[in-house]
Write a protein that binds this ligand. Structure first.
Ligand code: ZN
Length: 340
């Protein structure tokens, strides 16, 4: 029975095997380290952990890259407010993320790569996009011109042929020629960290880091790209536009997306008071293994309703599994028969 996945790109369930060598080249979008990760994030990361184990159990080897977004608007705002350097600020939450992963027994990918260690790679990719006519400048920032990539919308299956005027599809605060265009490189602002590169001073946009680090470590075409369903548009759509404009090849063969986590039937949000980090839930006395069990208990393409009653049931289910597995253990190992 071959392994089969629902592919967001084709909207079909398809048989999976890696393109070459029995090695699965996989990229999954990692955390933005501006705060402790919440249980919705960990639903996706638990899905990725199960995916890793299932791929290995299917006989494949793994070459898996996960990024750590350690520069973005929120990180810079918080670091400046707390009088910390970017590295000091993101170091705290990167460490916390790794501790949280250990709490949930999530495996470490083969490559866990911070964005700020790849600024030069990103600058040279943006230069190459410029040479092939995919970018333009505005007020010192550089944008990707979506109209140069006819396949835009093929992952999210959005039809962008209509009039998008007034639509808000990205969170950048800069002037753009088309509302869909997104920043590859952001001009430096007073008092904010920036990097000197051949593009001039500035810092990378969010989308470019994933394209650049995926291609650098895994090659032009990935076997699997995965992440949360909230990333399909615009993030993954933008990754495809950048990557395929750079290489002229398909960026990923399979796109897998984990659905949202709800809390007590509602969308998790700070204003509703139902926003929980993993640490919040553990601090309430919940067992990490019960949290992991609950996060893994619903197929990843279905919404998961996280409830504290559900956590109690998960803990009971684990106890039951423990009891029955100890009942299966033989009382003692059979003694080797004496020879002769
Ligand atoms: Zn990404």
């Amino acid at each position: 029975m071959p392994l089969r996945f629902y592919n967001t790109l084709t909207q079909q369930v398809e048989s999976f095997s890696p393109a070459t060598d029995g090695v699965v080249r996989m990229y999954t979008c990692g955390p933005t380290v501006y705060d402790y990760a919440h249980i919705g994030n960990f639903r996706t990361f638990t899905f990725v952990d199960l995916l890793r184990k299932w791929l290995r159990a299917s006989g494949f080897r793994l070459d898996h890259v996960m990024n750590v977004t350690d520069v973005d608007d929120k990180i810079i705002r918080n670091a400046v407010a707390q009088h910390k350097t970017l590295a000091e600020y993101t170091g705290i939450y990167t460490e916390a993320f790794l501790e949280d992963c250990a709490t949930l027994r999530l495996e470490r990918p083969e490559h866990l790569v911070p964005a700020t260690a790849h600024i030069d790679d990103m600058a040279s990719a943006i230069e190459r996009l410029g040479e092939t006519g995919h970018t333009y400048q505005s007020d010192g920032s550089i944008y990707f011109r979506i109209s140069t990539f006819p396949g835009y919308g093929k992952l999210s299956h959005n039809d962008f042929s209509g009039n998008l005027s007034g639509a808000r599809v990205d969170v950048d605060e800069y002037d753009k020629a088309d509302v869909r265009d997104f920043a590859l490189w952001k001009a430096p602002k007073e008092g904010e960290p920036s990097w000197e590169t051949p593009l001039g001073a500035g810092r990378p946009g969010w989308h470019i880091e994933c394209s650049v680090m995926a291609i650098k470590y895994l090659g032009d075409t990935l076997d699997i790209h995965a992440g949360g369903v909230d990333l399909v548009f615009p993030h993954h759509e933008n990754e495809i536009a950048q990557s395929e404009s750079l290489t002229g090849k398909p960026f990923a063969r399979f796109w897998l997306h984990a659905e949202f986590l709800m809390v007590e039937g509602q969308k998790m949000s700070k204003s509703l008071g139902n926003y929980f980090t993993l640490r919040d839930v553990v601090a309430r006395g919940c067992q990490p293994e019960a949290i992991r069990y609950l996060l893994a208990s619903v197929p990843y393409r279905k919404q998961l309703n996280f409830t504290f009653d559900g956590l109690k049931s998960a803990a009971t289910a684990i106890d039951r599994l423990r009891n029955s597995s100890s009942a299966w253990k033989p009382a003692a190992s059979p003694r080797a028969r004496a020879s002769g």
